[in-house]
Write a protein that binds this ligand. Sequence first.
Ligand SMILES: C[S@@+](CC[C@H](N)C(=O)[O-])C[C@H]1O[C@@H](n2cnc3c(N)ncnc32)[C@H](O)[C@@H]1O
Length: 248
Amino acid sequence: MDDYDNVYDDHLRARSYSRLSFPGTYYLAFRDLPLLIDKYVEGREALDFGCGTGRSTRFLQALGFTATGVDISEPMLREARKLDPEGDYRFVGEKGLGGLGGDRFDLILSAFTFDNFPGLQERGKALAGLSSLLDGRGRIISIVSSPEIYVNEWVSFSTRDYPENRDAGSGDRVLIEILGVEDSRPVEDTICTDRDYLELYHGAGLSVLETDRPLAKGDEEIDWVNETEIPPWVIYVLGADSGPGETG
Ligand SMILES: C[S@@+](CC[C@H](N)C(=O)[O-])C[C@H]1O[C@@H](n2cnc3c(N)ncnc32)[C@H](O)[C@@H]1O
């Protein structure tokens, strides 16, 4: 990923992101995690892959995990350390995940990190690297944007200024704006379909144990836009191949 221009490697974006908690559409990405974790995760050693400013790492800490956050953006890590000086936030530079040495994890959480990858091949490589860091029965929980997020309006996101998103296929660049934050510049992601994620998991020796597509119930105190009808996120629970998994 040498020539990859990470949109999060930016001070203004990092400061803006550090003020986000779990508002609006983001609430749905985290709502089901405690239940999924209870169901699938045994120990309490966690890696937060793409921890950003540490929102997802602190979420894991609050659930009782010893959580190590890793990221490729120093500005994001700097904000994480400011918000949580006692936390363990590490830069994964050239050595990538290899720098984590012999650490083994019961849970690896990836919250929105793969959205931000430049292409599909890079996702595959990273998934194989993550898989090698799992403790025997460890699990990866990966929250990604559904392709629909890029062509609809949401409480926390807008895509109306980017009609070209509609023509984007897997591996193509798309733009999306986070609403209600200081930095209104769009975030650049690359789309990846469910079918391609399944192929990538298979290639990395991972089985899908459960797929969650969280929808709003409608009784929350939030004026939803499309969130009761269209799932903005896909949450994959993955384990190293060892038996029959769910595939669809
Ligand atoms: C959308 S932010 C999410 C941050 C955090 N997980 C959260 O939920 O608030 C995605 C983060 O993934 C990081 N990232 C992108 N590619 C990465 C990679 N190859 N390794 C580690 N972090 C990566 C970005 O720098 C960015 O901080």
